[in-house]
Design a protein. Structure first.
Length: 188
């Protein structure tokens, strides 16, 4: 009788383990690759949000520049740009938060989200991401890749960076950039 009980117990445990392993939520979530660039390949950055002019940054031989509201290119804060580019290039998805478009507004990745677009020297988009609200752990951020419904939590705190006002992107001296850069601004 003891053998029968032991066999029944072992079979029951095996059945439970198999049942747990076969559940859909038990499978490990395969995270999508969301970044496929290095910060060195980025030549321009645009940060757009509702009700304020877009922030435009571009790389030049002398470093990063930011376009002011008056149409002048000024020296940008290299530290601010480098920090943002590094975080965007190295961010990793932690989990899929939702695939339901009805949740976009709640997570602030809907039409009113902050849109960040990175382009290379040929004006090809390297990354276009909608930055939503801060994750509940304050170390992550909800993001949605442009054109996708899937909202991801990523392992970077991006909200404060992309919410930076225009003067927060300017370098300490914020001097106008002479020559080619200003003539390019007049053509845009």
């Amino acid at each position: 009788m003891n053998r029968f009980l032991m066999l029944a117990l072992i079979l029951s445990l095996v059945a439970i383990v198999l049942w747990l392993a076969s559940r859909p939520d038990a499978a490990s979530q395969k995270m999508p690759e969301i970044t496929d660039f290095t910060s060195e390949t980025v030549q321009s950055i645009e940060i757009a949000r509702e009700e304020v002019p877009a922030i435009r940054l571009k790389r030049s031989d002398s470093g990063w520049q930011v376009l002011t509201n008056s149409g002048e290119w000024r020296v940008a804060s290299g530290d601010a740009v480098s920090h943002l580019l590094n975080d965007l290039a190295t961010m990793k998805p932690i989990r899929v938060v939702t695939r339901n478009p009805e949740q976009h507004q709640k997570l602030k990745v809907g039409p009113k989200a902050i849109r960040v677009m990175l382009k290379d020297q040929r004006d090809v988009v390297l990354l276009e991401v909608l930055v939503g609200k801060q994750g509940s752990d304050l170390l992550s951020t909800y993001v949605r890749m442009a054109g996708q419904h899937e909202v991801l939590a990523v392992d970077r705190s991006l909200v404060w960076q992309v919410s930076r006002p225009l003067d927060g992107w300017q370098g300490r001296e914020a001097l106008p950039v002479e020559g080619v850069a200003n003539s390019e601004a007049s053509r845009e």
